[in-house]
Design a protein around this ligand. Sequence first.
Ligand SMILES: CC(C)(COP(=O)(O)OP(=O)(O)OC[C@H]1O[C@@H](n2cnc3c(N)ncnc32)[C@H](O)[C@@H]1OP(=O)(O)O)[C@@H](O)C(=O)NCCC(=O)NCCS
Length: 314
Amino acid sequence: MLEIKLLDLDDEAAVDAYTDVRMAVDPRSNRAWAVASLWEPNPDFAEVVRLVALEDGAGVGITSVGLLDGVNAELAVGTVTVHPEHLRRGIGTALLDALLPQLHARGATRFEGWGVIRGSAGEQWALARGFRIAAARVLQRLTIAEPPDVPVPAGYRVEQWIGAAPEHLLASVATTRQSVHDAPATTSELQEPEWTPESVRADEAEAREAGAEQRVVVAVEEATGLVVALTDVPVHAGDTTDTFWGTTVVVPAHRGRGLALAVKARMVRWLRADRPELERVDTGTDAANTHMIRVNEQLGFVVNREVSVVSRSC
Ligand SMILES: CC(C)(COP(=O)(O)OP(=O)(O)OC[C@H]1O[C@@H](n2cnc3c(N)ncnc32)[C@H](O)[C@@H]1OP(=O)(O)O)[C@@H](O)C(=O)NCCC(=O)NCCS
């Protein structure tokens, strides 16, 4: 008989069953790491809802869904995953039916999956289960090596810090981050916050509290002393060999001058020097954002997956 329950991290048998599904889907993953990651705080989410589907005590499916906060407080993002030996038996549907009320009870009105492989069974399933495709994204992966020697364009200097922006750059950091609203429009429910000096400080504090080391590289225009380009990599507490790139943004008047490439190349060089154990960095970009994809290619990123963002009400 199929039993679906919320994952209790103190229930060893349930954690084992949950991890079995993760391992079956990705046999290269490491069990100890998979279990440890369940305990790690994630600064992106206010709460993570995990369900495990059991058949005679064995794990046959799981869900892991994060509830966002701030302007995205009504959005939940995550995945429904069925053990490859138990597909097409309605387990995915049963997990979704159990999940949606859990999300709704916590204030979410939308559920999105951000990593559904384009053209996959997962996409077919989502379309059959009331999701619509909200965006197309490209996931690129960099195997860390010496980046190309990119000169900083004349008239700019590059600065870097971990955690808090220096007070004298704070206002222009907020203005620069605000330009992320120019990214290609999608019908995903995910919204960027309004970036102000206060919200920059709040974001820094959130990352700090979750134990993330937020590395930031900026380009400052020499003539004005203002930040006009920024990139960040929030290295989470459990990231040893792999991490995920954060945001990269250049204010409109300074685009097309190679600043994104310059700040990202500096970031790669910095990570290489400071975190030599890091082997890979992944990044996700809207498929329409050809400039960002091209910059990543120049740095040595290669396309790893093409994915759909799927979205439905809950
Ligand atoms: C998506 C996933 C969870 C589906 O699990 P499942 O238990 O096999 O799905 P169900 O049995 O509930 O399928 C329900 C319906 O979805 C559709 N569907 C599911 N798999 C499909 C496939 N391979 N091709 C076409 N349609 C499919 C069908 O309409 C199916 O109904 P049917 O079997 O009566 O035809 C599973 O394929 C999986 O784990 N994929 C990897 C993770 C992923 O991509 N998740 C996406 C959602 S976040």
